[in-house]
Design a protein. Sequence first.
Lengths: 452, 421
Amino acid sequence: MSKPLKQIHLAAHFPGVNNTTVWSDPEAGSHIEFSSFAHFARTAERAKFDFLFLAEGLRLREQGGKIYDLDVVGRPDTFTVLAALAAVTERLGLTGTINSTFNEPYEVARQFASLDHLSAGRAAWNVVTSWDAFTGENFRRGGFLPQEERYSRAKEFLATANELFDSWQGDEIVADQETGTFLSDAKAGAFVHTGQHFDIEGRFNVPRSPQGRPVIFQAGDSDEGREFAAAGADAIFSRHATLDAGQAFYTDVKRRLAAYGRRPDQLLILPAASFVLGDTDAEAEELAKEVRRQQVSGATALKHLEFVWNRDLSAYDPEGPLPDIDPDVDGTHISQGRAQVRMYRDPLATARAWRELAAANNWSIRDLVIETGNRQNFVGSPATVAKTINDYVQSDAADGFILVPHITPTGLDVFADRVVPLLQEQGVFRADYEGTTLRDHLGLDTPGPTGP
Amino acid sequence: MSPSSPLHLAVALDGAGWHPAAWREPVARPRDLFSAGYWADLVAEAERGLLDLVTIEDGLGPQSSHLTEPDDRTDQVRGRLDAVLVAARVAPLTRHIGIVPTVVATHTEPFHISKAVATLDYVSTGRAGLRVQVTARRNEAAHFGRRAFPPLDPDDVRNPTDPVVRQLVTDLFDEAADHVEVVRRLWDSWEDDAEIRDVATGRFIDRDKLHYIDFEGAHFKVKGPSITPRPPQGQPIVSALAHRHPTGAPFRLLARSADLGYLTPEDADDARAQVTEVRAAQAEAGRADETLHLFGDLVVFLDDTPEAARDRRARLDDLDGGPYTSDARIFTGTPQQLADLLLELGESGLTGFRLRPAVASHDLPAITRGLVPELQRRNAFRRAYEADTLRGLLGLPRPANRYSPQLSTSREPGATPIATA
């Protein structure tokens, strides 16, 4: 007997401040006006998606000591825009990325519990960590950490926030107008936490929210990050959207759950994935090529080469050959405030390989950056993309995908209109919401006050 | 002041209302206090009454009947939602009214607050403000574990003789002024036309129009720029409640940092005196030419007859086990009587009022459906919204950006950097 079909989970990532987002397209709208966020959220909800996802960065990226100006710059406060989106949607989950280094548990727990109340149970928290002094310059406490402490702070931050969420059992508010009892327990919300990073006590002042705790996401890919997810997250926002890498990651992470007494279905693997749709596969391929050229302008190509060379390459012609000089491996890194720079561990070797590749293919700098850069994950006709997504999920490369359109705010519309109906016809994606909370959509238990 | 609105009117929202037994009134909805619908209904009601703005109370600890310490009472409302998020949740459901959540300067990051209120301004298309508050409560400091305060006697906070307490009060308000300064600089850290989308050069922004704020004060340093572009109003409204205090610190905060202050005068003479003091502090802060609205705060019990209002207040006092006291004057009476009082107090230099409904679900509708028509009959209140932004409702122009080059030659009101001596 074949195993029953898995239900696919789908989410929508609001286009980010990187070169995946094509702002130069005539169709591209505002990245900051609320109407863009509302359009994007309503499209996701119309398509019955599980949730909307917002990333966060707390300092504008710089390169060569100057604010990076080639990508979309500027975004709203995560909590505030999610609370506003709760007013224009009814079922869609609302996932916000919130840093555990530049915040305090009491405040963040209040904000997530408040968001969960105000959205009637749709809040989720993508817990990220940071250690850089660069970002810390925007914060009164400085806020940077030795790199090795960032996960220990994140772990303790999350554990502390959970203690705050659990400090209310959920039945304390009696509000009996006759007897005059508002609270059944004078100590509701009482907590004491003593640890390496936080030493706090008192009373949490937001009563237990509909989901008990927000759904917890983890996004790091390191061994520590995977372990952190296995120990306490409900879902992973991963980068492994190819079949092989996805299956390897999926197997690895799900295997870690048993050590924490958890079942495989208690942690969802949801890779980020970009897509390009066309009427036919061939048309989609053409379109995808075009989009990649839009994503990598000549100026962008030079800046991306600078990540590896760690030098100012502005004098080079992006349509010309790669630089003969070698990368600067000694100086401080030219780029600050972005994760991408960590991808090149051996710049000299990368530079050598790229020169050979460019020479062999007669590629310019821009060609090289386009060809070695990320290809869109799903390219094809609606039928092809629906089939591919379903195959990936059924073959355990993922439990679903967090889709990243390249056009704001309408980039999701075509997926909603043309791919989702096919998945629904195949019975692998919901035709309508069956529950009201994000935990309902994701098939996760609602934790009791003492934890799951 | 705009001629169509000789008097400005705000309502302060706090749980079921300002009387601690408000939640026990049959009309109250105590089980809904943590739902979006409750807040949406209140703000919609306020907007129906054409009010300038609502403020939303907040605090980083449970409410308490005691000024400086927590209590263990179970017969009053305890617990509240984050005010900025409540504000954001109701903003898309309204079109005209200003929405002004409370933020606590003492324990929060100005970088976060700045982008949160800027975002509130985006989601409300230009109707955001903040009410800045300080706290010296030991229990709230312990929720953050980053600083400690000495035990404080309520009388000593109100009228400190101990130099240590005087210094503490002064420091907290000065820190709040620095907090506001950072928030304001960050709002200006993007010039309005910084986003250029120049396809020819591939540049999304003109980075010369983004500015490091490089703030360094006694309490913190902040680099900037904000991650959020300049909000629709340029500078959302900054407001604060301020009491007369021996240190002068609260009035100084208004003078240095605010567009709108809430005062708590006992009568017209006291109002006149307080307004004079704030205006003097404003001149001292070099802001004499700028608009600083001063609203009088009043707790209101409104009914069709004075007896009914008095009886209701007495009934609630009985339920709570003692008479309700407040920093603000407590009014009981009819909407007509309140209109009389407001017009009288308005002669003293106050530019408007912030009314604190004793019972939200009773006294707010009494304001919007009783007081407002009464004031309109006397040509003392607007008959329709005359602006789309909160600054517009308050008669404030959209300020020039302090970092724009042209500002060095023409300084416009509201945009002058505040000294942080």
